[in-house]
Every structure is written in structure tokens, then in C-alpha cells.
Design a protein around this ligand. Sequence first.
Ligand code: ADP
Length: 236
Amino acid sequence: MFPRYGVEGQGVDVRGRDVRVLMIAPPGAGKGTQGALIAAHFGIPHIATGELLRDHVARRTELGRAVQRHLDQGELVPDHIVLDMVRDAMVAAKAAGGGYVLDGVPRNMEQARALYQIGLELGMTADVALHLKADDHELIRRLLARAALEHRSDDTEEVIRRRLALYHEVTAPIVSWYGERGILVSVDAMRPAEQVGREILAALEVMRPLVDLVPESARRAVDLTGLGAAFGERST
Ligand code: ADP
């Protein structure tokens, strides 16, 4: 939460209100890392569906037992389970100031529509849909490297390939919907995490004071993926 300026009751918030971000990215693109960075930078809750689900599995809750098989096989868990979980987290985020960074949802068009409805009901639809782009070859390399360190049950090569295939099949198509709504920001996630993070924070800082002033209908998608090359950065 940020300090509000001005006289009580008629104050103008010159820094903008807490920002609301959702992330769309293939496995291995760095959603978790960048989500945590955005949350820490803006002091907003980081709602990571994969983390929440893995926590249920670890605690052997009823929900955890119901979803474990889906997670282990790299399949999506049923929409209603994720959406109930996300709604609860959004209600808590509202009480904490109204900002959020969503990591791992939406993952298909049904979830995108349902999330928009939840956002409308709570008066907290997303300001920015952040799309992290990386190619499959790099993603598989990163996920296999992580597998050696973290032992996540879904980081075997076979399951990684399934998660990537699902991303291309059902998640990637929703990116254009956010483009049409004018809230899409695309970032090149092939570079080192610190560089990607700096670019994301800079873009969000620029947009934050404007989110309540510029209606969605007047916005345009922002593509930052060519920025590095435009400034003479060597591609690898
Ligand atoms: P990754 O993007 O690397 O696959 P996540 O931690 O975001 O990692 O998700 C891990 C798993 O959790 C997914 O493979 C899926 O089984 C489940 N999951 C997470 N979010 C959702 C969602 N929104 N809808 C359905 N399943 C989900």
C-alpha cells in the first residue's frame, strides 16, 4: 500500500492506487520469480495458484488429495477448484488494499472469463496482463536445470513437455483477448531474470498513475519484446 496524499475526503492520489496485474507465461518463463518481485516492489499480495495447490498437496488436505494426480501429470486441475481458491484470495487482497499479482491464472479462456467476472463483482479487474515470452527450447533447458535442484513432482522431461503443449494449446490463445482489451504488456523473458524484472517494474511504474484515468477502451497493447534489440543489446 502506498501513502495517499491530499486533504482527507478530497485527496488526490498522485502515485496511483495499488496496481492489479495478472501474468500469462509458459512454465519456466519466470512467473514465480517476477511475481514475487512485483509483489515485493509494490507491497501487494502474490497469488500463485501452483504454489497454493502444491501447499494443499503437501498438507494432504481434501483439496490436495483431489488435485495431486493432475499436478503430477502436468494436467490442469478443474476450473472450479482453482477459481474458488482465487476468489478467496482476491477477497483477501481487496481487504489488504485492492492490489494483487496473479501468477498461474487464468490458464484457459473459461478461467479468463470467470476471472473477469470475479474482478467486476469485487471492483478489482486487472490493470495489466503481463505476457512473458520465451521459446520452448530455452524453457525446457531451464526446467530440467531446476528439476536437478528442486525435485518438483512435475519437473520430469515427459511432464514438462505435456505442460508446455498444454500452454500452447489452451493458455497462449487467451493472450490476444487481453491485447484486444488494451491491457496487454509483452516482455521478452529469454534474458537474465534481473534484466526482465527491471523492465517489468519500469513499465508498471509508468502505467500505475494512469490506470484509473485511461479507460480500457482507450488503451493499446504494449510490446516491449523488441526493446533490448532496439537499444543495441546482443541477442544470444
Ligand atoms: P508451471 O507454470 O511451471 O507449470 P505452476 O506452479 O504455475 O507451474 O503450476 C503447476 C501446476 O498447478 C499446473 O501444471 C497445474 O496442474 C496446476 N495449476 C496451477 N494453476 C492452475 C490453473 N489456473 N488452472 C488449472 N491448473 C492449475
